[in-house]
Design a protein around this ligand. Structure first.
Ligand code: B3K
Ligand code: ZN
Length: 844
């Protein structure tokens, strides 16, 4: 398979002025008629007329009305084209019914839908399928399906057809079409300039009761983008469609967002608080793409972080505004560490702007998305809120309707703020997580912080240069008062010292406040200092961080030195969660221990091979010890923080539930299952119900509840995903693979549905001690199923191979077992390009 390089970019030979498409829908033989107006690109060096096309049956082609015979080549067609504007017409036939890859035009539960990003449009018709070719689209759909949708504004319609016009030039990856038996939850929105926009959330009839929350989230997002970024919506309608078979969360097609049903449908009975929050964020994210992605798009796929990093940053800001900034920042940091640091520290590490790829779908990663968002956050911190807004205004003004690059993005910041971002740009092309080492000095009333940065080598990048790291710092007096409010130090050299004068006593530093940069802080700290910061830090992130550090170092001592649980930590934790001045959601975060995978990485960093079973035992041991020592407090919190009254997904109530459910899970370890059984019985919402069931399964009880849950919810696909996943996630290490294997034989295990497949196998790889069981059964089972899925759905298969990406951390036996599975996958005939790229990188 061919590798594509950023350095090989050349402008398209021809540009498109207008596209007209007619779809004659039929499940196995849809006809697509295209009429595309091309014009030579004055900026192009060549006149090579090439159109992408895959899995298309060409029926006929015409240039300016004359029949032509294009040369069909690998991945598309070539034609002798005029060196002047011309119209190309084609008729092709495609087979949506047998499109199991869920890319291009496919069928899901009897409806037609599309997914084109990144390179799926070429499975619909012959086209220059690259984001720097932007054009207005006119679409006519001919079908007897009751609802026919495409991008833009509705045009003529009648029995058996509908037309849509999208006036805004867009790349083909934003094309969408939906046809099916759907009903709408409708509303409307008046924009800041007074235009009325019709809003529809299209679903199957059975799901109409799960739309209200998503619609509210959409309206909030529209208002927020007007107020925060001055960005107004630009069409007469905004449609969202829910589909069951979808490879990812959702897709920002212009005016017609298509959502995985799990990312939009919610009712109190079927969705958890976490689901509601996630849905609100994804709706916002896709909506925000209308400006950051659609109106201003990417020149090529190497620039993916241009739209994704920025849009994630925007949805993070939105969630913070809607809920709690402190809690959101902690959640984001936890995700970054668990997933992005893991990626950055393994064989799949790549720069936020990669330099090459084989299959671009493999680069929709936490690095591009979440580290990409962190870079935007650092920029904002460095230039300030006003500078940031000025730069963004300039970005939209200058680049509206264009396909641009990271260089263009940085340039607007330089021009708007006068700052040189030459060194800052390294964040985009240097992979790996920087380590920042801290040294302190206190001499003659002067306090000095010396910071030293280093970034470990990553695949293909052995030499790393210093990056610009904004390090937010505050100083506390030994009595707990803050003597220096948050100040941002800019670490630009390999090593740099920062001095503070005028202090009456040696201060306690609070470093990297608000997690001001995506780095790993290396700091010698005593448990006393950590407990002090947990009690006194004014920065909520570092207050939480101090507790997290205590937990991590305590756990490492348990695992590596055979220590018992540290009572000092548990007491400090107890004081934190008992503090009624703190948000319950924050206190629930204090109770969340570092995950087993994060601990494995931490042990690996100390030069040892982590033992997943030992990690699991230590972590469970600490949970028991917390429950033992803080039982009365946890029980009191459980009782006093119950939410009374009707369920609402709003942040305040959700925070109380996360605190009581964290308490429940701990209390069940020492008390047994009665409390959880009562909660399960009384629950009138999914959050309470599933938390109770999870607490029971974790202590080896709950067989009856599991059955009751299945009986109650067998008709709700999204809820059944939870039922599948929970059992695998809660299984003991010895049983995890067997539980997953048993569930694959359940009649409702529809393995071709990505949500269901992920429910079981995502939970298996998430159960670290179970997945890494010394028998190798977890590895084998996953590899078997990935090989089964790959011919049908390469994208989801390739993504799920990441379960193996940490294999080099482990002992020789486990390494051997995983390598054997990776080699078995790699050696399989006909393996997809997607999966072979992933396993190839992991084995390299
Ligand atoms: N842009 C899409 C992701 C497309 C993934 C293609 N494999 C969703 C999003 O980031 O909003
Ligand atoms: Zn996105």
């Amino acid at each position: 398979p061919r590798t594509v390089y950023l350095k090989d970019y050349t402008p398209p030979a021809y540009l498109v002025d207008e596209v007209r498409l007619t779809f004659r829908l039929a499940p196995e033989a849809t006809r697509v008629l295209s009429e595309i107006r091309f014009r030579p690109n004055p900026d192009a060096a060549s006149r090579d007329f090439f159109l992408h096309g895959e899995q298309l049956k060409l029926i006929s082609a015409h240039v300016d009305g004359k029949a032509v015979q294009p040369v069909l080549v690998e991945g598309g067609l070539r034609l002798e084209a005029p060196d002047a504007p011309f119209t190309f017409e084609a008729e092709v036939e495609i087979d949506p019914e047998h499109n199991t890859a869920l890319e291009g035009l496919y069928r899901s539960g009897g409806m037609y839908c599309t997914q084109c990003e990144a390179e799926g449009f070429r499975k619909i018709t012959f086209y220059p399928d690259r984001p720097d070719v932007m054009a207005p689209f006119h679409v006519r759909i001919e079908s007897d399906e009751p609802v026919l949708l495409s991008n833009g504004n509705p045009g003529a319609s009648g029995p058996g057809f509908a037309e849509w016009n999208d006036p805004w030039p867009k790349p083909a990856y934003l094309f969408a079409l939906v046809a099916g038996d759907l009903v709408a939850h409708s509303d409307s929105f008046t924009t800041m300039s007074g235009r009325e926009v019709a809003l529809n959330l299209w679903v199957r009839e059975a799901d109409i009761d799960k739309c209200a929350f998503g619609m509210e989230a959409l309206k909030k997002s529209m208002t927020w983008d007007e107020r925060t970024y001055g960005r107004e919506y630009d069409l007469d309608v905004f449609n969202i469609v829910a589909v069951d078979d979808f490879n990812m969360g959702a897709m920002e097609n212009k005016g017609l967002n298509i959502f995985n049903s799990s990312a939009v449908l919610a009712s109190p009975a079927t969705a958890t608080d976490a689901d509601f929050e996630r849905i609100e964020a994804i709706i916002a994210h896709e909506y925000f793409h209308n400006w950051t992605g659609n109106r201003v798009t990417c020149r090529d796929w190497f620039q993916l972080c241009l739209k994704e990093g920025l849009t994630v940053f925007r949805d993070q800001q939105f969630t913070g505004d809607m809920r709690s900034h402190a809690v959101k920042r902690i959640d984001d940091a936890m995700l970054l560490r668990a997933a992005q640091f893991r990626e950055d520290n393994g064989p799949l590490a790549h720069p936020v702007r990669p330099e090459s790829f084989v299959e671009i779908n493999n680069f929709y990663t936490v690095t591009v998305y979440e580290k990409g968002a962190e870079i935007v956050g650092m920029l904002k911190r460095l230039v300030g809120d006003k500078g940031y807004r000025k730069a963004l205004d300039l970005y939209f003004e200058r680049h509206d309707g264009q396909a641009v690059t990271i260089e263009d993005w940085l340039k607007v910041f330089e021009e708007a703020t006068g700052r040189d971002l030459g060194q800052f740009a390294r964040w985009y092309h240097q992979a790996g997580t920087p380590r920042v080492h801290v040294a302190e000095d206190w001499t003659d009333g002067r306090y000095t912080l010396t910071l030293r940065q280093e970034t470990p080598a990553t695949p293909g990048q052995s030499d790393k240069q210093p990056v610009v790291i904004p390090v937010a710092v505050g100083l506390l007096n030994p009595n707990g008062d803050e003597v220096l409010p948050t100040k941002v130090l800019e670490l630009t050299e390999t090593e740099q010292s920062f001095a503070f004068d005028g202090l009456s006593a040696r201060p306690v530093p609070s470093i990297l406040r608000g997690f001001s940069a995506p780095v790993i802080l290396k700091q010698e700290q005593t448990d006393e200092t950590r407990a002090f910061l947990l009690a006194h830090d004014t920065d909520p992130f570092n207050k939480w961080e101090a507790g997290r550090d205590l937990a991590r170092t305590g756990l490492l001592a348990m695992i590596q030195s055979g220590d018992g649980p540290h009572a000092g930590y548990i007491d400090a934790l107890g004081r934190g969660i008992a503090d009624e001045s703190l948000d319950p959601a924050f206190r629930a975060q204090l109770l969340a221990l570092p995950g087993e995978d994060e601990l494995a990485q931490a042990i690996f960093e100390t030069g040892q091979a982590p033992d997943p079973s030992a990690i699991h035992e230590a972590r469970e041991g600490l949970r028991h010890a917390i429950a033992d020592r803080l039982g009365d407090l946890l029980s009191r919190l459980y009782d006093t923080h119950q939410v009374t009254g009707a369920y609402s997904p709003k942040a305040g109530d959700a925070g109380r539930r996360s605190l009581t459910n964290a308490a429940l899970s701990l209390l069940s370890l020492t008390e047994g299952g009665n409390r959880a059984r009562n909660q399960f019985r009384a629950a009138d919402n999914m959050t309470q119900q599933i938390a109770a069931l999870g607490a029971l399964l974790k202590i080896g009880e709950g067989a009856a509840e599991l059955k009751a849950f299945e009986d109650q919810w067998s008709h709700e696909r999204l809820v059944m995903n939870k039922w599948f996943g929970l059992q695998v996630g809660a299984a003991q290490p010895d049983d995890a693979a067997e539980t997953a294997e048993r569930l694959t034989r359940h009649p409702a295990f529809d393995w071709k549905n990505p949500n269901r497949f992920r429910a079981v196998f995502g939970a298996l790889s998430g159960n670290a001690a179970g997945f890494h069981h010394p028998s190798g059964a977890g590895y084998r089972l996953l590899a078997d199923w990935l090989l089964k899925l790959d011919p049908l759905n390469p994208q989801t298969t390739a993504r799920m191979t990441q379960a193996f990406s940490t294999w080099k951390r482990y002992d020789e036996d486990r390494r051997g077992l995983i390598r054997a599975e990776l080699e078995r996958i790699a050696g399989t005939d006909g393996l997809s390009r997607d999966t072979s790229e992933m396993v190839g990188r992991m084995l390299a």
